[in-house]
Design a protein around this ligand. Structure first.
Ligand SMILES: CC(C)(COP(=O)(O)OP(=O)(O)OC[C@H]1O[C@@H](n2cnc3c(N)ncnc32)[C@H](O)[C@@H]1OP(=O)(O)O)[C@@H](O)C(=O)NCCC(=O)NCCS
Length: 266
């Protein structure tokens, strides 16, 4: 199931002068294309340095959310609605990965030559089950994931979706809880010993649920990978194209797309 692909470079740091629009390198952006899908990876450390002013002296770095008024930004890439949302989050971790996901999506829209979204609207709205839609271009299939030091967004041309993307960092320590919640009894009976492989299988299930737009509305245990095949509710899943890889040693990524883009000739 794994296919080889060029790897993005590892995390780096960059600090553009205030007011300049950072280029891809300065924000830790890495653009890639996999199976016709455009992806933008954002290194959270470089991104934070590039788009935010350093926190005021005396502000301890840590889990607390950071007040992010317009003047906290070196680069005004978030509209008012999104700034209000980012200020409502309960941790800086959530603030930064959420912003980086939007930033990545903004890069993909710009790279595709699409008109800049209206800054008064949220860049992304969600359908009732949580799947993201670009407010200004709801017909564009997109997917977002973040884990540890990276955020990544994916986008494909209308009619070539849906798409589901998941990136996971291998957590330190035991995977027992993950295995018990994310894998069925059938799968657990034959799970690989290698923790990296377990994480990779997990990303496939998560990416598949994002592809379906279900997210939390379906149990990961009803999506099974048995002998390299994907099953959902006891039925073999067909009609999908799956890409999986380890983009960095402790990360796994999965991207699910339709086997044949709708509208394409067989
Ligand atoms: C909701 C879920 C998709 C989030 O995935 P995650 O690995 O925890 O987090 P990721 O960073 O990879 O993904 C988060 C992104 O998923 C996207 N997402 C959320 N719900 C989604 C859905 N229904 N369909 C597609 N994408 C969805 C969002 O865009 C979100 O990013 P954002 O908040 O910046 O907009 C995931 O937890 C999930 O599907 N879990 C499996 C099902 C499960 O656990 N069910 C529990 C009930 S039994």
């Amino acid at each position: 199931m794994t296919s080889a692909a060029p790897r993005p470079e590892g995390p780096g740091r960059g600090t553009p002068p205030p007011g300049t629009l950072p280029d891809a390198g300065e924000t830790g952006c890495r653009m890639r294309r996999i199976n016709g899908v455009a992806l933008c990876f954002v290194d959270l450390a470089a991104f934070t340095d590039a788009v935010l002013h350093p926190p005021p002296i005396g502000t301890a770095p840590g889990p607390a959310p950071r007040p992010l008024p317009p003047e906290a930004f070196r680069v005004a890439f978030l509209g008012a609605a999104d700034r209000a949302q980012v200020n409502a989050f309960k941790s800086f971790k959530k603030q930064r990965e959420w912003m980086a996901g939007r930033f990545a999506l903004g890069r993909l829209l710009a790279a595709a030559g699409l008109p800049a979204p209206n800054p008064r609207e949220p860049l992304v709205t969600y359908d009732p089950r949580g799947a993201p839609r670009v407010t200004a271009h709801p017909q564009l299939p997109v997917s977002i994931s973040h884990s540890n030091q990276w955020a990544v967004a994916a986008m494909v041309a209308p009619g070539r979706g849906p798409i589901g993307l998941d990136l996971e960092h291998r957590p330190a320590g035991e995977l027992r809880y993950l295995v018990a919640t994310a894998f069925s009894r059938r799968e657990r009976a034959d799970l690989p010993d290698d923790p990296r492989e377990v994480i990779r299988l997990w990303t496939i299930k998560e990416a598949y649920l994002k592809y379906l737009g279900l997210g939390f509305h379906e149990s990961l245990q009803r999506v099974e990978i048995i002998a390299g095949r994907l099953w959902h509710d006891g039925r073999a899943v067909a009609g999908l194209r799956l890409h999986t890889e380890y983009p960095w040693p402790d990360y796994a990524l999965a991207l699910v797309t339709p086997a044949a883009p709708s509208g394409a000739r067989a």
